[in-house]
Design a protein around this ligand. Structure first.
Ligand code: TYD
Ligand code: MG
Length: 469
């Protein structure tokens, strides 16, 4: 087969060059040229014809209410936490990118998911580019996903791949309903000269796999390693090409893992699934609060329980322990945060200093979310402020107390959404009292309070007085 012709295109201004250049001659940008295929005809015309069925011909309008919901287009993986994050199972013909740090458990999760799909559907295919097929088979055996009493027969197939054409060929032979490609960074297209994992290759390989999904109606999962910059598979180049973007997170040394959707064309992108890595693979954690509070110290200063929705706007509340340690000054005023934003911590320290009379200047301050969950919603402000105040004054908080609320620069405690969800979770874990932003408390009915005593607070000073013993 003749090699397809390629050119280098500036990602800044669109200028083209037959050769790679370090600097774009048109706009002067450095390192902006990326290899691309010279395409004949309008490539990707089939794209956008949604994964959910074929629908009427392009260019022909039909009433929106004439479009039926296609229930068969979704398939459960059998892993409830994953299905929930996907919006109720995986959509056939869709492409999901699963990102995460190396070693977090992406291959394990997707092998478990594929085995679940294989048990239901005619055939699922694992295309491995990183590990040998013997390694993957060994893992499937060890996790009890295959080689069990009931043979899987042809239903779970595996293929070693390094070129996207090999994935296409394997899919043609096996005709799978789901395919895992592990990982997209090691797969190349022979049409491009760039190295696997480069922007050009990632784009070309992914768009071929998107075409494959649309053409064969297979659900495709792409594994993508998070790069140093924190973006999945390089400079976020893939996120707009795929239907679903999931990230799998977890702190090194902690067994707990969180799966979040940051993009989902077929459901909400606000769900979080929680897992625990065990010798028997990933286990679902139906009650994360229990896990996060399991090792809470008995009566220690600097520990406060927060009721948070781990993804802003998320449907689910989780209780986490916020910990703070305030060192004697002279340390040089070091500020270290795990699981919360360092800039947010610095802001809260300034507010506590100015509005609540705490002496924190020059003291070392450490903040941590026990268990390793990262919280990016403002409702963590109040519990974090209370943990710092508790540590600084060396006075513990009441043990049966939870808190949530945003803190403003004037020291005011501001309302947050989903008060009822947060209190229901607190009640289910046996908490009796909650510090709640006054404006949120005002909007809550007796039923919303779920039997928890609500203490409305207006500012941090008032909250500290109510919380510390
Ligand atoms: P893996 O799925 O290979 O991660 P990724 O594909 O994201 O790089 O999982 C890697 C880690 O998980 C590995 O360090 C060992 C651990 N692990 C377990 O603790 N239990 C298990 O059953 C498996 C399969 C892995
Ligand atoms: Mg892997």
């Amino acid at each position: 087969m003749a090699k397809a012709s390629t050119q280098y295109v500036c990602q800044g201004c669109g200028a083209t060059s037959p050769r790679w250049l370090g600097r774009c001659p048109a706009c002067g940008g450095w390192n902006t040229l990326v290899e691309e295929l010279v395409k004949k005809g309008p490539r990707g015309a089939a794209r956008g014809a949604g994964a959910l069925g074929e629908g009427p011909a392009r260019g022909t309008p039909v009433p929106i209410e004439s479009i039926e919901e296609d229930a068969a287009a979704r398939m459960p993986t059998g892993i409830a936490e994953l299905d929930r994050v996907l919006g109720g199972g995986v959509v056939l013909g869709s492409v999901a990118l699963v990102g995460g740090d190396p070693g977090v458990g992406k291959s394990t999760l997707l092998l478990q998911a594929l085995a679940g799909i294989a048990r239901r559907g005619p055939c699922a295919l694992y295309a491995s580019g990183e590990e040998s097929i013997a390694q993957v088979a060994l893992r499937a055996r060890r996790l009890g996903l295959a080689f069990g009493e009931v043979p899987l027969g042809d239903r779970l197939q595996i293929v070693g791949v390094s070129d996207v054409a090999e994935v296409e060929q394997a899919a043609q032979i096996a005709k799978p309903t789901a395919i895992v490609i592990d990982s997209v960074q090691v797969i190349r297209s022979a049409d491009l000269e760039s190295a696997p994992g480069s922007v050009s290759q990632l784009r070309e390989v992914t768009s071929r796999l998107v075409d494959l999904a649309k053409r064969t109606h297979a659900a495709v999962f792409l594994v993508g390693h998070v790069t140093k910059e924190g973006a999945i598979a390089g400079p976020k180049v893939l996120e707009h090409l795929v239907d679903v973007v999931l990230s799998f997170e977890g702190e090194r040394g902690h067994a707990f893992r969180a799966l979040r959707a940051s993009k989902n064309r077929f459901g909400s992108a606000t769900e979080v699934g929680v897992f625990e890595m065990s010798p028997a693979g990933l286990r679902e954690v139906p009650n994360p609060s229990e896990l996060f509070l399991a090792e809470r110290p008995a009566h220690a200063a600097g520990s406060v329980v927060a009721s948070v929705t781990p993804q802003t706007g998320g449907a689910r509340a989780v209780l986490v322990e916020v910990q703070a340690l305030v060192g004697v000054s002279g340390g040089g005023g070091r500020r270290t945060a795990q699981g919360v934003d360092t800039a947010r911590l610095a802001m809260l320290l300034a507010v506590l200093e100015r509005k609540a009379g705490l002496q924190l200047m020059g003291a070392d301050v450490f903040a941590n979310i026990a268990g390793g969950l990262a919280i990016d919603e403002p409702a963590i402000d109040l519990p974090l402020a209370l943990a710092i105040a508790s540590a600084a004054r060396n006075r513990p908080c009441a043990r049966d107390l939870v808190a949530f609320g945003e803190v403003g620069l004037a020291g005011e405690v501001r309302g947050v959404p989903r008060g009822a969800t947060r209190l229901a979770e607190a009640a289910s874990m046996g908490f009796k009292r909650a510090l709640v932003p006054a404006s949120t408390a005002e909007r809550m009915s007796a039923a919303d309070r779920a039997g928890v005593e609500v203490v409305p607070v207006h500012d941090v000073e008032e909250a500290i007085a109510a919380a510390l013993e």
